[in-house]
Design a protein around this ligand. Structure first.
Ligand code: G4P
Length: 529
């Protein structure tokens, strides 16, 4: 197959949802369609289960599983589908944000009874900002839930989307009869006694056909006719361009558990979802069809085996072909590197491959050369943008609890930060280290991993920080910036890249500081123009 055809047939996306909405179940059903797995229950759930083990021990267990579920790939109707895993737990939101830099589109799963939940709101906001094409799947129609129109309203209001249903439910819960597939003009009837049977759907382009009454009953048929009339009246017609631009979001209804409505979703997805997209770098826009390789690291998995310092860096290929043993330039280090055993992912297995194409993810064994955001090219000096650090939510001083092991502690902290577990800030005044995280859970994870993987012990000390603000002076030499640095001396730190950060203790302080020093810009992310 030609290089361009290989790229054209790739669809790389993420499934996002609030925990429990059905992301794992949907992923599994999609893999079943691709023939990538044989039975339900094969995909391990990587969510953090409440219960017996303490949360951070559970995270460790999940870390083992999550290498396998990081990328789930399969072929469906000649399309190569790459599903990138996104942790649902809110304390790992930053992981998910980073993964979203490597997807070309997303599917958002919403629970029909719970509607739009908090975590979904946050993740969709990021997708919206980046104009990532979104398809919404409303799940669990076999249960009683909210009225379909109310839900569509909620999706529009809470997620700020403009929706167009491409399927519509006939009843729900006890009364669920099936869905009308607007996209293909087919009727799919639900059979509760044979839940795993995948119905092909019958062509049904005229819903006024009396046959409908026979199939679903007169009452349901009439309701569907009225509802579809409303759908056509209220919602814009589907337009692929608008969807690809992130301005219109198709909605599907179904039940992942019952494998209902999933095939319709997938069939539409492979038709409309974007091929590998161009990506902006610090020097130019890189197109996926360029023949030279470019790619960037969006995720690092480290120390799965404590006996070996093994790390796997996940690279999203932006353009060209990744070839085994070819020399590539690590642009941050200015160093040429070769990879003798690049892994690709297929279903739940990883295997060594000779070639991968734009849109694919390769896993590279790493001995500490990679950080999240690093770029590989065939020689061109460029860096991909769009993997900023966000201001953490929690901040604590980290202290060394075993003076004989300080080297191990700093090495451990350094590597965990490269992996993106948390962010490290060093105070300008006294060199003290502060760890910033999205969730409180990470502190336990760091402590545990430092001890088990590096033989180091740490303790934490509370510090009152509201937000980390990356500082951008209009003129680093002007008096205003000098005064700012002097006045805020006690609150200034450097992040791992050496960027200056103001650790503000309240929203009020940020406001006052911005008023007093208008030429010193404060940003809540590390990447700004
Ligand atoms: P997540 O990855 O988004 O966190 O959700 P997951 O797929 O694990 O689904 C959460 C729960 O919702 C699971 O039940 C799952 O079986 C159920 N579920 C998913 N899709 C549907 C659906 O279409 N209809 C119904 N009725 N339930 C659905 P659980 O009891 O928490 O787990 P399990 O014991 O079934 O694995």
């Amino acid at each position: 197959m030609s290089f361009l055809k290989e790229i054209e047939r790739r669809r790389t996306f993420g499934i996002i949802s609030h925990p429990d909405a059905g992301k794992t179940t949907l992923t599994e059903k999609l893999l079943l369609f691709g023939g990538a797995i044989k039975e339900a229950g094969a995909v391990k759930n990587n969510k953090i289960k409440k219960g017996a083990t303490s949360d951070f021990m559970e995270i460790e267990r999940q870390r083992g599983i999550s290498v396998a579920t990081s990328v789930l790939a399969f072929i469906y109707k000649d399309k190569k589908i790459n599903i990138l895993d996104t942790p649902g737990h809110k304390d790992f939101a930053e992981d998910t944000f980073r993964t979203l830099t490597a997807v070309d589109s997303v599917i958002v799963v919403v629970d029909v009874a719970k509607g739009v939940e908090e975590q979904t709101e946050k993740l969709v906001e990021v997708c919206r900002m980046r104009k990532i094409p979104i398809i919404v799947f409303i799940n669990k129609l076999d249960r009683e839930g909210k009225d379909a129109f109310d839900l569509l309203d909620e999706v529009e209001q809470k997620l700020g989307l403009k929706v167009t249903p491409l399927s519509f439910p006939i009843g729900m819960g006890y009364d669920f009869k099936g869905i009308y597939n607007i996209w293909e003009q087919k009727l799919n009837l639900f059979s509760p006694d044979n839940k795993q049977k995948i119905s092909e759907g019958v062509e049904f382009n005229d819903i006024n056909n009396p046959e409908l009454d026979k199939l679903v009953g007169e009452k349901s048929a009439n309701t569907l006719r009225d509802e579809l009339e409303m759908v056509y009246e209220i919602y814009p017609k589907f337009n692929q361009e608008e969807y690809l631009e992130g301005n219109l979001q198709p909605v599907f209804f179904g039940s992942a558990l019952n494998n209902f409505g999933v095939k319709e979703l997938l069939d539409c997805f492979i038709n409309i979802a974007p091929k590998p997209q161009p990506k902006m770098s610090d020097v130019r826009l890189v197109d996926s069809k360029e023949d030279k390789l470019t790619g960037f690291v969006f995720k690092i998995h480290a120390n799965m085996d404590p006996k070996h310092r093994d790390r796997l860096a996940f690279i999203k290929i932006v353009s060209g072909t990744f070839k085994r043993n070819a020399p590539y330039l690590h642009t941050r280090l200015g160093k040429k590197m070769k990879f003798s055993s690049p892994n690709t992912f297929f279903a739940e297995k990883k295997e060594i491959v000779d070639e991968s194409f734009a849109g694919d993810i390769v896993g590279l064994h790493d001995t500490g050369n990679f950080k999240i955001g690093d770029t590989l090219t065939e020689g061109e000096q460029l860096n991909f943008k769009g993997i900023p650090s966000f201001s953490p939510e929690h901040f604590r001083y980290v202290n060394n609890a075993d003076p004989l092991k300080s080297k191990q502690l700093y090495k451990g902290l350094d590597q965990l930060m490269d992996e993106g577990v948390a962010q490290l800030f060093t105070m300008e005044m006294n060199g003290r280290k502060i760890v910033g995280t999205v969730g409180a859970l990470q502190y336990e994870v760091i402590q545990y991993r430092l001890e088990h993987e590096y033989g180091a012990k740490c303790t934490y000390e509370n510090i009152s920080v509201h937000k980390a603000c990356w500082v951008q002076p209009e003129d680093p030499k002007n008096d205003e910036f000098k005064e700012f640095k002097q006045l805020k001396q006690r609150y200034l730190a450097r992040d791992k890249q050496g960027q200056l950060v103001f650790l503000a203790d309240s929203a009020f302080t940020i406001q006052m500081t911005q008023q007093k020093f208008p030429t010193v810009k404060l940003h809540f992310t590390s990447e700004f123009d």
